[in-house]
Design a protein around this ligand. Sequence first.
Ligand SMILES: [Zn+2]
Length: 231
Amino acid sequence: MERLVNNVLFKKIMVVVAHPDDEVLGCGGSISRWVGEGAEVRVLVLSDGLSNERTSCERESKRRAFQNAIDCLGAKVCDILDLPDQKFEIVNFQEIVQKIKKYIVAFSPDVIVTHWAGDLNRDHRIVNEAIHLVCRPLVSNDLKCLMTMYTASSSEFGDHFSRSSFDANLFVSLSKENLSKKFEALNFYAEEVSRMQNLRNKHYLRALATVAGGRVGRELAESFRIEWARV
Ligand SMILES: [Zn+2]
């Protein structure tokens, strides 16, 4: 299965997340690896992760943090959209679908990575639903694989929504350098890390990577679920 994502077949990978920092928490190490192996990775984020009360200066700073994190991982920013943070449910669902679809059609990725349907965060679950709708395996698109990722601080609580825990079926093994890149990128989100210190600190993330790696006989890994794939 690993061969599927080591760029033998997949050259264009698109990561679609709800908030800046989700991409690092969920697949920062894998992005670093994929880019190192020659893939083009673009990241689309649907919200800047700030409530309406925040100033334009704070927004600018958050956007800069996102850009810096993506640069650090060697990926490209697809765009930062303007959905209201933690309130995706007040936006018309079709509007979200159409916004995402525009970027997917323009890039035509081989692989899409997004949130898992059982995440505690509601914005994440809405993104998952929208992506499933946009990415149906039709003859009209060339997508080869839809994957969901384990996002620390949200995927731990899946039993509430999916009645099952995150059942990983793809482990992307990481080098120490890949994990270091993840941590380096995470440094740009210092505020988020301190807000949920117990689930976003490096000790916890390293432990997750160690357990995921141990499950497939590797030192370090990140966990994913292949929702569907065609090759
Ligand atoms: Zn999030």
